[in-house]
Design a protein around this ligand. Structure first.
Ligand code: ADP
Ligand code: MG
Length: 233
């Protein structure tokens, strides 16, 4: 039954996404269709100034195709978070930025940082999104009033980022599901944060691990190869 409910929720979310996109795309499509139709009528009637009409109509069609393309690109960027825009990223700076962006309100959350200057080659915006997703989850897990320890260090040939909260923890029977798209235990959750993060880290040849205990808290470990830096430069 639980899987059935989950499935229904997934479909509902997909439905909402599709509804939003098709709604937005309908406008430019209607404009294109209407422009083409009226141009055809003018051509059949052999109307005056047909040349001007063709130019005007072409420009209108171009504008609306561009708008539709923008809308589709937004959706693609949303579901395809990795753009292979590799650059040297300072993990300390990026984690500082993610903390700022995740703390949108003055929560009672205490953030303890132990950050080192470690550079890796990464897609900066994609990685920033991962850190934000995991920090926001940590904040939510402590009901906005816990303690979060964020640190990074080198281990073997990897850069390790640890984000640890003292929140509710993850029950053993769902820990395998948390990276699935649309899996959420939250009333207003999307269940997309961790699946997107998983994909981004995988695209960086890294891994995400989770250690959790109900009632004690959760630690997310992001392990990224330092080697990429040497290979690519
Ligand atoms: P969402 O936050 O929208 O629910 P996510 O993909 O970010 O989606 O997370 C999926 C689920 O994983 C959450 O609903 C929650 O059950 C669990 N989870 C993620 N991070 C934590 C955490 N730090 N502590 C406890 N549970 C977590
Ligand atoms: Mg989340």
């Amino acid at each position: 039954l639980e899987t059935q409910i989950m499935q229904t929720e997934k479909l509902a979310v997909i439905g909402r996404l599709a509804a939003g996109i098709s709604h937005e795309i309908k406008n430019p499509l209607a404009a294109i269709s209407q422009t083409a139709f009226s141009l055809k009528r003018k051509a059949i009637r052999n109307a005056n100034n047909l040349k001007d009409s063709v130019i005007e109509a072409s420009e209108r069609i171009e504008r609306n195709i561009n708008r539709a393309t923008e809308i589709i690109n937004r959706l693609l960027n949303f579901s395809k978070p990795f753009y292979s825009k590799l650059e040297i990223v300072n993990l300390k700076d990026l984690l500082e930025e993610a903390i700022k962006l995740a703390l949108i309100k003055e929560y009672d959350v205490k953030i303890i940082k132990n950050l080192q200057d470690i550079n890796i080659l990464a897609d900066k915006n994609a990685l920033l999104q991962v850190f934000i997703n995991i920090i926001i989850n940590a904040i939510e897990a402590t009901n906005y009033k816990g303690e979060i320890i964020i640190k990074n260090y080198k281990e073997n040939n990897n850069a390790v980022i640890s984000i640890k909260d003292n929140g509710v923890g993850i029950p053993e029977d769902i820990v395998d599901k948390i990276f699935e798209p649309f899996f959420t235990t939250k009333e207003k959750g999307t269940g997309l944060g961790l699946s997107v993060s998983y994909r981004i880290i995988k695209d960086h040849s890294g891994i995400i691990k989770v250690n959790s205990k109900v009632g004690e808290g959760t630690e997310f470990l992001i392990i990224l190869p330092l080697e990429v830096e040497k290979n690519e430069l």
